[in-house]
Write a protein that binds this ligand. Structure first.
Ligand code: DGL
Length: 298
């Protein structure tokens, strides 16, 4: 069984309740940059009471042209950093990390870690049978989506296209530039030529390109956003482990490893409230301002 075919482990209260100290702690959410904000918004929609600790690894974006080894190492550093801040669960809001690093991280860390690929495959096959996937080159090369979809529904046809130019467009704030339409069309046209009936956003940056895709995709083609399904999964795990946050909502925290300014600009456009963003070093000692309170008794 390949990484992408492996289903979510069964998280049981007896395994985890002892180790994870309680529902006050945030859910850690990470991506290479601002793409994961599409998942964060879905978390806010489905789980409005949960405090979130968001990390955008903007010093190293884009991930999607990097080697599998780098992706694994970056995930390891980020999850180590998040565990140091007492997260109760990690949501990989990054398809590239989910495709390349999820299973390894589940072996290395004793904390629930959720990835995007399997929940998205489950969602996709419920809907259609000719599925196009736009993804980063590293995700497309891994065939994580093809394997996950065909693992569930062998007769479903899947085409994956790596789109190296999309993340720089989104991170660079160039979505509305005139040349973006032609660039996006170049990558999507081969999928249209195959007669796809649905399109998976195989990178969390891509839902930001929806206004451009609206001009290219016929309305009959369903869009599948894995954010919806990973958050359903997160909700189920919180249910099972009885880890839902019950106290009044704490503010989310937003951290980046690179420059704060560009991330803040994008986050201000996409989130309801302009966030305060901290720049952090993943190897630095824990800053007390970033530690969430741990309940004294559980
Ligand atoms: N948003 C991430 C993904 O879903 C990473 C994209 C990138 O940095 O290339 O794959």
């Amino acid at each position: 069984m390949t990484h992408s075919q492996a289903s979510r482990p069964t998280y049981s209260a007896s395994n985890y309740q002892v180790n994870y100290r309680g529902n006050h702690q945030p859910i850690g959410v990470f991506d290479s940059g601002a793409g994961g904000l599409t998942v964060l918004k879905e978390l806010e929609r489905q789980l409005p009471n949960e405090p979130l600790l968001y990390l955008g690894d903007t010093a190293r974006v884009p991930y999607g042209t990097r080697s599998p080894e780098e992706i694994v190492e970056f995930a390891r550093q980020i999850i180590t950093w998040m565990v140091g801040r007492n997260v109760k669960m990690v949501v990989m809001a990054c398809n590239t990390s989910s495709a390349l690093a999820l299973e390894k991280m589940r072996q290395e860390f004793d904390i629930p870690i959720l990835g995007l690929i399997q929940p998205a495959a489950k969602l996709a096959i419920n809907q259609r049978r000719r599925i196009g996937v736009i993804a980063t080159p590293t995700t497309a090369r891994s065939h994580a989506y093809r394997d996950a979809i065909k693992g569930r529904s062998p007769s479903t046809a899947v085409w994956e296209v790596g789109c190296p130019e999309f993340v720089p467009i989104v991170e660079g704030g160039r979505i509305n530039n005139p040349e973006t339409l032609d660039i996006v069309r170049t990558y999507v046209q081969p999928l249209l030529d195959q007669g796809i009936d649905s399109l998976v956003y195989g990178c969390t940056h891509y839902p930001h390109l929806a206004p451009v895709l609206d001009q290219i995709l016929p309305g009959a083609i369903a869009r599948i956003d894995p954010a919806v399904s990973i958050v359903r999964d997160a909700k189920e795990v919180l249910d099972t482990l009885k880890l839902h946050h019950v106290a009044p909502l704490q503010n989310h925290r937003f951290c980046v490893t690179g420059d704060k300014a560009q991330f803040s600009l994008l986050a201000n456009q996409w989130l309801n409230e302009p966030p305060t963003v901290d720049q952090v070093s993943l190897s630095a000692t824990i800053s007390p301002t970033l530690i969430y309170p741990i309940p004294l008794a559980i």
